[in-house]
Design a protein around this ligand. Structure first.
Ligand code: PNS
Length: 165
């Protein structure tokens, strides 16, 4: 094992927003390596398949040698253990995020005290951006320019066309 500080940035990323991108960029400056870990989610009906989300994140971060994109299922802390990561990164946008995030951080600490959760705040321009709202706005014909990477905007438009509206 080397002394590299590896961080995991887990989430659904359905889709990746500029808020996520901002946190990943900050993380890539702070840690030796950051792994964007996309949850293989079985319960919700996602807009993008996991394969599509992986492809998008890989393309957006192609120029970042210390950003890796991966998928995981099961317990996040077990995944972190397998990867040899000491840090879980989560973004905090507003007070409303805090309760759920604190619960998760403390549960993860209970499950594995060796992994520390680190919270980072995105640039204030993105504090109101969420994947859920981005999907809703696009479905209803609104623009999400500057809120998601151009690639994501294109893919959202393709999806909408594919669904016949
Ligand atoms: O982007 P999201 O949907 O807010 O991400 C939530 C995520 C993936 C971080 C969370 O659901 C998770 O860690 N799931 C893995 C299962 C797990 O470890 N559950 C216990 C965590 S307290």
């Amino acid at each position: 094992m080397n002394g590299d500080m590896l961080a995991i940035y887990p989430g659904s990323f359905d889709p990746l927003t500029n808020g996520h991108v901002d946190i990943i960029q900050r993380g890539s400056r702070l840690f030796d390596r950051i792994v964007v870990a996309i949850l293989l989610n079985v319960e919700k009906a996602p807009l993008f398949t996991v394969a599509e989300r992986v492809e998008i994140a890989r393309e957006v971060f192609a120029g970042y040698p210390n950003v890796e994109v991966d998928t995981f299922d099961g317990l996040l802390v077990e995944y972190a253990r397998r990867k040899g990561a000491g840090v879980i990164v989560r973004g905090l946008r507003a007070i409303s995020d805090f309760e759920y995030e604190m619960q998760m951080a403390l549960m993860n600490r209970h499950l594995n005290p060796d992994v520390e959760t680190v919270f980072m705040m995105p640039a204030e321009t993105y504090t109101y951006v969420s994947s859920r709202l981005v999907k809703e706005v696009v479905a209803l014909g609104g623009s999400v320019t500057n809120l998601v990477p151009t690639l994501v905007e294109d893919r959202l438009r393709e999806k909408k066309r594919g669904r016949g509206n």
